[in-house]
Design a protein around this ligand. Structure first.
Ligand code: AMP
Ligand code: MG
Length: 523
């Protein structure tokens, strides 16, 4: 058994701060702790950072211990004044000034050759140093009060999603660090862009809010480390930290990729299949796509109209799924423009690069919609539809019934309702509806109760592909007789016949959907 209190080695001070009215006492308290070699988590505009004195090797070691971070993964040194760069970096290339003018303070980390002043404990043994000047006013004040050089990796337990709120820091590091400054939610939500300035042209090692296009406007073309978006075996990412499965939730995370329509259909299907197997499912959806999902815990990660909102919410959503003990998470994928590249990079790492082409799932689905057509849509059709809804189906279908002559919306026949009640089902919410040709699309299966209905629909809809009589589809030679005007017993018999036929329909649909096993790999 793990007892958190045993691992709690110190009391962590938590202080709230207002960015617009910074309390100097809190800053001084943090500065003192840092100067003495302690650890202070503070907000930056990207994610919360775990600060330590960057020039003090022992402080850096404490950082690795608190985070559980592999010690070959170097820390980024944060500065507050541009002149300070020259104390920690040498052979600074001329383009640096222009980049600093445009992007500092801000979400850009640049890598330079390190000076003697920087201990190897901070750089993971490398002779280069990563430097950033954050934009958050609290961060800048903390850095100054600590003496100007603060190493600050993300303030999370290594491998977990980065913290975008002080609460996340406390969840991961309470009792392991000296202080947390709570400045509210961060602005950007994904870590800084890392640009390696020791090569020419400079190379992006980690995508972030400052994009390749933005660099290009200032210093011309830059290169991009090709391991950023696809894991290629044998090729090592140039930023040591990028080789780990990062930013990861506890649940298995799968990214579904395709056009958005296919992504929705595919996620609907695998969420349904997982739900049927009693798996606790989470879905990462957007404002625009939320209403399409019926199974699992669906979370809104932001709006597709503004991908910045998605960057801001991504880690919080992953952490929420952890709290809810979700077992498998399906995520839509996002456009690779602007900050979208950083979003997809983090998402892919969180997923351990498990991507599923949406088309792989969508192509397994011959039918997605089933319509039962009867005369008045008041007995046999609605009974058949409801019975099918209650079958164990491998695939999610929209199941409806319609009538050839259902000119007015009417409730179901009372005897039909009575015979359904006797098997604990009900049609009380059913209202009859006229069959319309526009109900038909490629993935719709139409099953008529009678032969004549099939021919009439065929004659009126020349292009219709998937139409059968119910008994024909079920592989049964006899039609189900119309019980209208007959006794309750006749209705009961009708329901029994339908039960048999619908079971056969379900079996056939399941075999068309490829059997049970194929869904296992998605959960
Ligand atoms: P974090 O502090 O959690 O944002 O992670 C810092 C990232 O910067 C990690 O991926 C590191 O591997 C990377 N990094 C830091 N210093 C260097 C460096 N000198 N060369 C290459 N990558 C670095
Ligand atoms: Mg990190």
């Amino acid at each position: 058994m793990v007892n958190n209190d045993i691992m709690k080695v110190m009391e962590t001070i938590i202080r709230k701060i207002d960015k617009n009215n910074i309390d100097k006492n809190v800053i001084q308290e943090a500065g003192n702790i840092l100067k003495k070699g302690g650890l202070v988590a503070f907000p930056t505009e990207t994610v919360y950072g775990l600060g330590a004195n960057a020039l003090d090797e022992k402080a850096a070691q404490k950082t690795y211990a608190a985070k559980g971070r592999p010690s070959d993964n170097p820390l980024i040194v944060h500065i507050a004044d541009y002149e300070d760069l020259r104390r920690i970096a040498v052979k600074i290339p001329p383009e640096t000034d222009a980049l600093a003018v445009h992007f500092w303070p801000g979400p850009l980390t640049m890598i330079f050759w390190k000076s003697e002043a920087v201990p190897c404990g901070t750089t993971g043994g490398l002779d280069t140093v990563a430097v950033r000047m954050p934009a958050d006013p609290v961060a800048l004040e903390v850095i100054r009060s600590a003496g100007g050089f603060v190493s600050a990796p993300s303030a999370n337990t290594s491998g977990r999603p980065s913290p975008t709120a002080a609460e996340h820091v406390v969840n991961d590091l309470d009792g392991k660090i000296d202080m947390v400054i709570d400045g509210g939610d961060v602005e950007i939500g994904v870590e800084s862009t890392i640009l390696d300035m020791t090569v020419s042209p400079p190379m992006i090692l980690r995508p972030g809010a400052v994009t390749a296009e933005m660099f290009e406007e200032v210093i011309g073309p830059v290169e991009i480390d090709r391991t950023i978006l696809k894991a290629e075996s044998g090729i090592r990412p140039k930023a040591p930290g990028m080789k780990y499965r990062h930013y990861a939730p506890k649940a298995r995370l799968l990214i579904v990729e395709g056009d958005i329509r296919e992504e929705i259909l595919a996620i609907r299907q695998i969420a349904y299949a997982a739900h049927r197997r009693k798996r606790k499912v989470g879905i990462i959806a957007t404002q625009e796509t939320l209403p399409f999902y019926n199974y699992g815990t669906v979370k809104n990660v932001g709006t597709r109209e503004n991908e910045k909102t998605i960057a801001r919410n991504l880690y919080r959503v992953l952490r929420e799924f952890d709290k809810e003990d979700v077992q498998v998470i399906y995520s839509e994928s996002f456009a690779m423009q602007g900050i979208g590249k950083a979003i997809m990079n983090r998402l892919e790492k969180a997923a351990g690069h498990q991507l599923i082409p949406a088309s792989e799932i969508v192509k397994l689905q011959k039918y997605r919609r089933i319509i039962f057509v009867s005369g008045t849509d008041s007995a046999r059709g609605p009974i058949a539809a409801e019975l099918l809804r209650n079958q164990e189906l491998e695939q999610e279908y929209v199941i409806d019934s319609r009538g050839m002559v259902a000119l007015f919306p009417e409730p179901v026949n009372q005897k039909a309702e009575a015979v359904m009640r006797s098997v604990k089902l009900t049609l009380e919410n059913h209202v009859s509806q006229q069959f319309e040709g526009e109900d038909l699309s490629e993935d719709t299966l139409v099953l008529t109760l009678e032969e004549a209905q099939k021919w009439k629909i065929k004659a009126e809809n020349e292009n219709i592909q998937n139409i059968y009589t119910l008994n024909e589809f079920a592989g049964d030679p006899t039609e189900i007789p119309n019980p209208y005007g007959k006794s309750l017993a006749a209705y009961g018999e009708c329901r029994e016949l339908l039960e048999k036929m619908i079971a056969a329909v379900a079996e056939k649909l399941n075999s068309l959907a490829g059997g049970e096993e194929q869904w296992e790999k998605y959960m």
